[in-house]
Ligand binder design. Structure first.
Ligand code: ATP
Ligand code: MG
Length: 400
């Protein structure tokens, strides 16, 4: 396994001080899968205070001292160094009531969720894998460390993590774990909407999303607050296969043709930023509008919704196969031409502005906006050229 130099340095400094240090969790899993890990976590027998002492010449951040985590900054890369931990009793299906530190690596590995995430590695000791995670990794299986029912009840977020890892890695979830996921899914009600949303956003764009969403459709429908939309979801999910890996487009595909109030509630529950939420709602509402391959129509659409929605809607329609692909191509060509030639489809693109109109006519406030809109429509529909003089003339004759 190739461990980056800054991680090797951290491990050897910990060892020089007489403690153990291992790369652990996702980075070990991803390295074996031949992927470049997004981050490297270190687990250690040293207590947080001992880590702070060992790295006193480094910049450190006491990220979560109570939970044993110190962030060590090496070459400006933050690395989380966490003390071997035993989690106490779980009371709320999410967090352990207490955490105790341990000097035994096995204790720490046994609190981890899945066998593929419970492996540790360092150059001196090689792979430490008490739960046979490497075999599960090779076989493509997601298996809980210990009893699935117990582990999912302790922390219900693990249910979604299992589904997400299955979608991302294309792994099968072990069958007892699957049974527990189905029977304990209601515990997800105790997990914060933000955590659920973060997992769903990763899951929905994953390579194996479609089969996981189909297999656990009732759970996802429930999670999105839309159990009554199960049928619509089952019909929508396969379209994700043709769609780009963009969560906005994918959530829009999933939610279109469901009840609009249900979709609005689901989007709200996803706790997305307001712009993203609004984009999804617009795409859901527009999904069944037929787009016409006509320049004036496209420009009017652009003036109303903007380029981003237009481009996403084209992607969505392509995935949904609702418009003939020739028509979509034609629309795309017209759109490209509009953009390339910088044709006017927005008030800001008019060769006249509110000040010009105020100087010429005795109007103010909302009247200016209305007049600009009328001029824009005239330009879009080819009734007036987009030049200052022509627009003024047009306004004088036809509007005022
Ligand atoms: P990724 O970063 O790709 O999402 P990861 O496995 O690194 O995957 P993290 O959330 O970064 O996931 O967690 C790091 C490690 O901490 C995991 O590999 C796992 O060993 C452990 N872990 C994380 N969340 C839980 C949990 N809810 N229950 C038990 N162990 C967990
Ligand atoms: Mg990680």
């Amino acid at each position: 396994m190739i461990i980056p130099l800054h991680i090797l340095n951290i491990i050897s400094k910990i060892e020089d001080a007489g403690f153990e240090g291992f790369a652990v969790g996702g980075c070990v899993r991803d390295s074996f899968l031949g992927k470049v890990p997004s981050d490297w976590d270190v687990t250690t027998s040293a207590t947080p205070q001992e880590i702070l002492d060992i790295f006193k010449d480094y910049k450190t951040i006491p990220t979560g001292l109570k939970h044993g985590t110190v962030t060590v900054l090496t070459q400006n890369t933050p690395v989380e160094v966490t003390t071997y931990r035993i989690d106490g009793e779980y009371t709320d299906n999410r967090h352990p009531k207490s955490v105790t530190f341990s000097r035994r690596l096995e204790d720490d590995l046994s609190r981890r969720d899945f066998t593929i995430n419970a492996m540790a590695y360092n150059p001196q000791f090689g792979l430490i894998d008490p739960f046979d995670g490497k075999s599960d990794l090779d076989a493509g299986v997601i298996r809980c460390v210990g009893s699935p029912a117990k582990r999912f009840s302790e922390d219900a977020l693990r249910i979604l993590r299992a589904l997400r890892f299955s979608a991302v890695l294309g792994f099968e979830i072990d069958s007892t774990a699957k049974d527990s996921i189905r029977s304990l899914s209601q515990l997800l009600a105790n997990v914060s909407r933000e955590r659920i949303s973060a997992e769903l956003c990763k899951l929905i764009v994953a390579p194996n999303a479609v089969s996981v969403l189909l297999e656990f459709c009732p759970l996802f429908a429930q999670l999105l607050g839309a159990p009554e939309s199960l049928e619509a979801f089952l019909q929508n999910i396969p379209y994700l296969n043709n769609s780009p890996k963009d969560p906005i487009i994918r959530f829009s595909i999933l939610l279109h043709r469901t009840d609009s109030l249900v979709a609005a509630k689901a989007v709200k529950d996803l706790r997305l930023d307001s712009k993203t939420a609004q984009t999804i709602m617009r795409l859901v509402a527009l999904a069944d509008t037929s787009l016409l391959p006509e320049p004036a129509y496209i420009k009017t659409f652009l003036s109303e919704y903007g380029e981003e929605i237009f481009e996403m809607l084209l992607c969505m329609k392509k995935s949904l196969n609702t418009e003939l692909s020739d028509t979509l191509l034609e629309i795309k060509e017209i759109y490209n031409k509009i953009r390339e030639e910088n044709q006017c489809y927005h008030i800001k693109m008019l060769e006249i502005n509110g000040n010009d109109l105020m100087q010429e006519f005795d109007i103010k406030g909302t009247e200016i906006g209305k007049l600009l809109n009328q001029l824009l429509l005239a330009v879009i529909n080819g009734k007036c050229e987009n030049s200052h003089d022509k627009l003024l003339q047009y306004a004088k004759i036809y509007i005022i």
